[in-house]
Design a binder for this molecule. Sequence first.
Ligand SMILES: [Zn+2]
Length: 465
Amino acid sequence: MAFFLCPALSWSMTQGGARESMLQPSQQQIRRLQATAEARQNELFALLERLVAFPTVSPPARNTEEAQRYVESLLAACGFETSLWDVYPGDPNVTAVKRGADSAHYCSLLLNGHIDVAEVGDSSGWSRDPFKLSLEDGRAYGRGVSDMKGGLAALLFALQLLHEQGIPLRGDLLFQSVIGEEAGEAGTRACMERGCEADFAVVADTSSLSIQGQGGVITGWITIQSPETFHDGMRAKLIHAGGGVRGASAIEKMMKLISGLQELERHWAVTKSYPGFPAGSNTINPAVIEGGRHAAFIADRCALWITVHFYPDEDFEAVTREIEDHLLRVADGDPWLRQHPPAFRWGGRSMLEERGEIFPSLALDREAAGLRQLVRSHQTLTGVEPEIGMSPTVTDAGWIARAGIPTVIYGPGDLRHAHAVNESASMSELIQYAQVMIAFIAEWCNTPKESGRIPLGAQERTGSF
Ligand SMILES: [Zn+2]
């Protein structure tokens, strides 16, 4: 797609020509830019078509480099300093920053989205090519249009229009195009570990233009390991009176821990809750079990892979501590487990490489200045307040919130269509999203820091992004 160089809009001088107001885009200018977005929607769909054509499916992953280089080139053309760096070979992140004219005093914004898409598998159920965008009856079809190349394309389109129209931004604007979200890989986590600070963040993942927080997910491995290995023929001596051999089947001992987990899950269901979640959403799923060597042995090892869901006001470190405390008490009640307690390995940076993942939770601060501004930008365009609630799924937003940045999930596309055969998104919703974000970026990045709620340390700029 082409970039158009249009003459910059002229800036109104209210209040006797003060420099401050010269730089502040007026509502009229924002409305004009939103109208331009609608008039030039073909460019948004051309951009989306390019993104959909990169088959960035995960798994198998390691296939996003070309797509990320394309995203990087678009950001560079919008005046961003960009950086493309490998998380895994073939799967780089793109991080970028457009420095504000007065970033010490004006609010900064982080925009985040993932470039990977859910696997397609057998595409015979698709009535269209999943990697060729088709537009029909007001809907865009293609893998990732809902989750979340539609969101990425709309953000990039908004940035292009803001740039070409010369809308000044006084605060910094940061962008992360990350890999690995679909396979629980640490794309966004790696960005935050490199150092990233902002006064507010929007993750453009699938939310049907609702503003959302989320519960968290962590996986873990619980392993019982016997120091000795016994032949199957020894079983009688291990379990019967007078046998005299002290040993155990790791599989049978794991049964005790599984029932311990069920008790804890029931206790959580009764004692914990969070608005926006059905009671008992905080489950502990014994998802995979691996144990034993061979029918001729007593099982000397058993490992259980669990998936734990927790609420937005809980952190994964506290949740896993609770599970460990509980299971160690269960183990304490068993003479053999007391001597051979279970080992725990929590989370991981990739379901593909480590069979482990973490999605931290995200509680919403409804009073956060950024959230209130986003509500206004949405309402001004659409005429209605956006729904504010909780996502029934998880996104990378928790990693950004955990780094101390007030964060929301706000993106186009419907979860019913995400990951689905014939994935689709409403074309008008994609355009609306670009329009809302044009207003939000222009307004938030021109908001003085003292009127935003500034997280501690946010002003100590590290220069990294
Ligand atoms: Zn997603």
